[in-house]
Design a protein around this ligand. Sequence first.
Ligand SMILES: Nc1nc2c(ncn2[C@@H]2O[C@H](COP(=O)(O)OP(=O)(O)OP(=O)(O)O)[C@@H](O)[C@H]2O)c(=O)[nH]1
Ligand SMILES: [Mg+2]
Length: 189
Amino acid sequence: MSDEKGYGFKITIIGDGAVGKTSLIKKYTQNSFQKEYISTLGTQFSKYEEVIDGEKVELYLWDIAGQDSFDVLRQRFYTGSSGAIIVFSHAPEQSQSYNHVNKWLVDLKKHCGNIPIVLFGNKVDLIDDGELASNPNVPASNSNAEQFVKDNRFIGYYKTSALTGHGVTDAFKALVRKLYMIAKISSFP
Ligand SMILES: Nc1nc2c(ncn2[C@@H]2O[C@H](COP(=O)(O)OP(=O)(O)OP(=O)(O)O)[C@@H](O)[C@H]2O)c(=O)[nH]1
Ligand SMILES: [Mg+2]
């Protein structure tokens, strides 16, 4: 999807309800954070422009509600995604969200095939980072999450916090840069 005006990428963001999908987009695009939880109703769409290597890149960020009640609606919104972000939460009471990452991956692949994907482990501000680094028995430990992304050929795994901003820019940029490189290579005559 390129023309002389630059590049445009649709990025779909999925993951369980309340893991922080909307908050991460807000942090990245507006550098703001909201403490109250307002569940996304169906889908939310944001457009964001940035410049990579002097070229304009437009991002169309499709934020899809994680609640099961939106399952049917969600299918239609995968269409045309250039890349995807799967988010889970490190908050202790949301530890199940890591176990559901594979379910999201299967759903995504069914509709989009093999597109570049990045895994975000969000809400790292709520846990002891040392524990993730040193205890492989924690399901979402660094070593387990890194092995998962390797096995499934994701672009990468990033620990993020939409609250503090930790890792957010690096995580989004990893995907945007990858999409840009792919588009650039395929636009060569
Ligand atoms: N401490 C902390 N709280 C966060 C973080 N990210 C999001 N939250 C909070 O978690 C709650 C849910 O965040 P949302 O961004 O609405 O989650 P969501 O994944 O978009 O949820 P759905 O739209 O229902 O799928 C909100 O109260 C946020 O303030 C984070 O990194 N750290
Ligand atoms: Mg949301």
